[in-house]
Design a protein around this ligand. Structure first.
Ligand code: PLP
Length: 401
C-alpha cells in the first residue's frame, strides 16, 4: 500500500534523525535555540570533536618535515585525507586528480583563478562567469582577467545566462555563447540564496569537450551526493567547515586532464593539520550517516517551511516559486529558503527571530552583481535540524504575519 510505505519511510527517517541530532553537542546543549544558518557554517558532530581532541593530544606535529612518529603520522593523515576527499567526491580518475587543502571555498577559487587560470589564458580567449552566483565565484575570475589585461592579454568575459522562471542556468543560451575560444566556465552546484540545484551535469554538453569547468561546491558537499564522474567538471572547490569539519578547512579537487596540472606555486607553509584531521572525520561521519538521507531530510524540512510560508501573504519567498513547492519537478531544491516580509525589514526580522531562539542569516547575501542585492532572511538547514524547529519557526512567522 503506497500510503503505508510512505508513512513507514517518514517514520524511519524521523527515527534516524533523532539518533543523529543527539550526536551534535552544541545542538543538544541548547534546546531553546535553533541554529538555522548552516549555509554560513555547520555545527560539528561528537565524532569530529573526538578526532580533533585525539589528534591534538596524541600526535600533533608538523607535516612532511620530521623523522619522528608524530610527524610521520601527520604526513600520512594529510595524504589519507586527500584520498578520502577523492572517494567522497566519486572521483573517476584518482590517479591523475589532485586534492589541495585550503581554508575554504573563497581561498580555493582565488587560487584556481590567480595561480592557475592566469597561466592558461591567451590573448583572444573567452571565459563564461556566473554573475548571479556567490561573489566568491565571480570576483577572483574578474581579478585574473584584469591582471592579464595589465600585461596586454585581452580576455573576453561573457555572462552565464540564467532562466528567468527558475533561476537555473539556461543551457540552450549557454551553448550559443560558446566559441572555439571558450576556455573556461565557472559554475555553482547549489545556489546559496535560492537553494536550487544548478544542474551542473548539463553544462559539459553545452560547453563541449574542451572548456575547463570549475564548480563551486560550497553548498553541496555534505548536503547531497556529489559525483565528479556524473558532473564531468575539472575543478570542484568546497569548504570543509560547511561540511561539519573545523573552520579554516576546505579543498580544491582538480581532475588534471585539461590544461596544466593544478599545482599552486610558492611556499605553502604549515598546513592546517588538525583541520585536515577534522575533515577526514567529517567525511567519514557523513558517509556513515548517509548523505542521501541527509539530502532527503533537509529537502523535506525546506519544503515544509516553503509550503508554510506560501500560505502567509506578507512573506515573499525569493527564487522560483514552483521549484520551491514540495514535489515540484521544475528544479531540484535543497535546504535553503530565503524570504522577505512585506512590512518588516529583514534585519529587524532577524533580531525578532533571535528573540524567539532562531539563528538565521538576515542580510544581503554576498551575491554577484547580477543577483539579489536587497537584504532578506535566509534559513539554511543541515542534518541536525528538526521538523519541530521548522514548525516552531512557522508559528512565530505566522504570529508576525
Ligand atoms: N560559494 C558559495 C556558494 C557560498 O555559499 C560560500 C559561503 O557562503 C562561499 C562560496 C564562500 O565560502 P567560504 O566563506 O567558506 O570561503
Amino acid at each position: 500500500m503506497p500510503g503505508h510505505a510512505a508513512a513507514t519511510e517518514a517514520e524511519d527517517l524521523a527515527a534516524w534523525h533523532s539518533a543523529l541530532r543527539a550526536q551534535f553537542p552544541i545542538v543538544a546543549g541548547h534546546p531553546g535555540l535553533a541554529y538555522l544558518d548552516s549555509a554560513a557554517t555547520a555545527q560539528k558532530p561528537q565524532a569530529v570533536l573526538d578526532v580533533v581532541q585525539e589528534y591534538l593530544t596524541t600526535s600533533n606535529a608538523n607535516a612532511g618535515r620530521g623523522t619522528y612518529p608524530w610527524a610521520n603520522r601527520t604526513t600520512s593523515l594529510i595524504e589519507d585525507t586527500g584520498r578520502r576527499v577523492k572517494t567522497f567526491l566519486g572521483d573517476p580518475d584518482p590517479d591523475t586528480s589532485a586534492v589541495h587543502f585550503v581554508s575554504g571555498t573563497t581561498e580555493g577559487l582565488r587560487l584556481v583563478a590567480l595561480d592557475w587560470l592566469v597561466h592558461e589564458l591567451r590573448d583572444g580567449d573567452e571565459i563564461i562567469l556566473p554573475f548571479a552566483d556567490h561573489e566568491a565565484n565571480l570576483s577572483p575570475w574578474l581579478e585574473a582577467v584584469e591582471s592579464l589585461a595589465r600585461q596586454g592579454t585581452r580576455v573576453t568575459v561573457r555572462e552565464m545566462p540564467y532562466q528567468a522562471s527558475s533561476g537555473d542556468y539556461d543551457t540552450d543560451r549557454l551553448a550559443g555563447l560558446v566559441t572555439s575560444r571558450t576556455r573556461f566556465v565557472a559554475v555553482t552546484h547549489v545556489h546559496h540564496v535560492y537553494g536550487g540545484d544548478m544542474n551542473v551535469h548539463r553544462i559539459r554538453r553545452a560547453v563541449g569537450p574542451d572548456a575547463v569547468i570549475c564548480m563551486d561546491a560550497a553548498q553541496s558537499v555534505g548536503h547531497l551526493p556529489v559525483s565528479m564522474k556524473a558532473l564531468d567538471v575539472d575543478f570542484a572547490v568546497f569548504s570543509g567547515h560547511k561540511a561539519l569539519a573545523l573552520p579554516g578547512t576546505g579543498a580544491v579537487w582538480s581532475r588534471g586532464v585539461r590544461g596544466a596540472p593544478f599545482a599552486p606555486r610558492g611556499w605553502g607553509g604549515t598546513p592546517n593539520t588538525v583541520g585536515i584531521a577534522s575533515l577526514h572525520a567529517a567525511l567519514d561521519w557523513l558517509d556513515r550517516a548517509g548523505v542521501e538521507r541527509i539530502e532527503r531530510w533537509t529537502v523535506e524540512l525546506a519544503s515544509r517551511l516553503t509550503d508554510g510560508l506560501r500560505t502567509l501573504p506578507p512573506y515573499h519567498v525569493v527564487g522560483c516559486q514552483l521549484s520551491l513547492a514540495k514535489g515540484s519537478s521544475v528544479q531540484q531544491r535543497h535546504g535553503i529558503v530565503t524570504f522577505r516580509h512585506r512590512d518588516i525589514d529583514s534585519a529587524d526580522l532577524g533580531f525578532i527571530l533571535f528573540s524567539h531562539g532562531f539563528m538565521v542569516r538576515a542580510d544581503s547575501l554576498c551575491q554577484g552583481r547580477a543577483g539579489e542585492n536587497r537584504s532578506s532572511v535566509r534559513v539554511s538547514l543541515h542534518a541536525y535540524n528538526s521538523r519541530h524547529e521548522v514548525d516552531r519557526l512557522l508559528e512565530v512567522l505566522t504570529e508576525l504575519s
